[in-house]
Design a protein around this ligand. Structure first.
Ligand SMILES: [Zn+2]
Length: 138
């Protein structure tokens, strides 16, 4: 868990997404993998986005990723995020091939480059009701 930063807002868990959020609370990244076609799926959903099979299993992954895109936001993206500004918002590609929108940490002294290696960071919300998934240079 990051002791540097607390995120202001907690996500709303659904029955479909709860394993993802519960995994983050345990410091683990869980992704869905399809039993029928073996493809990885993100965001959480009840059916495979590749073959539509309802056979998705939650599996732990390393969280290792590469940087796909990013932007620096000197102003908060919304009022609750004022304490986090400036934010670096990013799209990252996990080793399993899925992409996710996130934010980057620990980038002050690190120039960002496309494809750079990233590692997961687990950021609790202010009310400690959830943990968000961020990334930092590996
Ligand atoms: Zn499938």
């Amino acid at each position: 868990m990051s002791d540097v930063l607390k995120a202001p807002l907690a996500p709303k868990k659904t029955p479909t997404s709860a394993p993802f959020w519960d995994g983050l609370a345990e410091g683990r990244v869980l992704l869905q993998q399809c039993e029928a076609c073996n493809q990885w799926v993100f965001y959480p959903r009840p059916r495979c986005s590749h073959c539509l099979a309802p056979a998705l299993l939650w599996k732990p992954v390393s969280g290792a990723a590469t940087l796909t895109s990013w932007t620096h936001c000197p102003r908060p993206t919304a009022p609750p995020f004022e304490a986090l500004a400036p934010q670096t918002l990013a799209v990252v590609t996990l080793q399993e091939g899925v992409r996710m929108s996130t934010f980057l940490l620990e980038t002050a002294d690190r120039p960002l480059t496309l494809g750079m290696a990233l590692a997961p960071r687990f950021v609790p919300t202010e009310d400690d009701s959830a943990v968000l998934l961020a990334f930092a240079p590996a």
